[in-house]
Design a binder for this molecule. Sequence first.
Ligand code: NAG
Ligand code: NAG
Length: 122
Amino acid sequence: MYTMASKHFAVLVILLLGATLTRGGAFVYPISNVGDEQIQSLGSFAVDEYDKRGESHLLFKMVFGGYVEYYGVYNGYTYHLDLMAVNCTQSGALGNYTAVVYQYTLNQKTTTWFGELKPKQT
Ligand SMILES: *[C@@H]1O[C@H](CO)[C@@H](O)[C@H](O)[C@H]1NC(C)=O
Ligand SMILES: *[C@@H]1O[C@H](CO)[C@@H](O)[C@H](O)[C@H]1NC(C)=O
């Protein structure tokens, strides 16, 4: 438990160096460690939760981008994940989706949004 907490803290310190502070008081930083198992498992979690709704069946592929909002120790992290998944309901079509996962302690998390990835505004 202690090692988990210190690892978490070390990651946080590194991430906050590249952060910007929003008017709402959140630190926002891009997900630079996109290949990390922790980030990938959050994407997998969001797809699992989507599948439980039973609307259509997606198969998680990978998270390839996104950003994190950090509100402080007690409010936790909001991950905005850009991910790829196969839509098994639509003859295996590969699609890009955005999932918003709110993690309020190390193991408590919930998906607050899941939908098609919106094309970037240019
Ligand atoms: C998957 O495909 C089905 C059938 O086209 C569609 O109704 C459903 O909305 C798709 N799921 C997602 C998450 O886009
Ligand atoms: C998904 O996003 C990636 C990275 O931006 C892009 O290369 C790929 O073409 C996109 N795939 C679809 C199906 O839109």
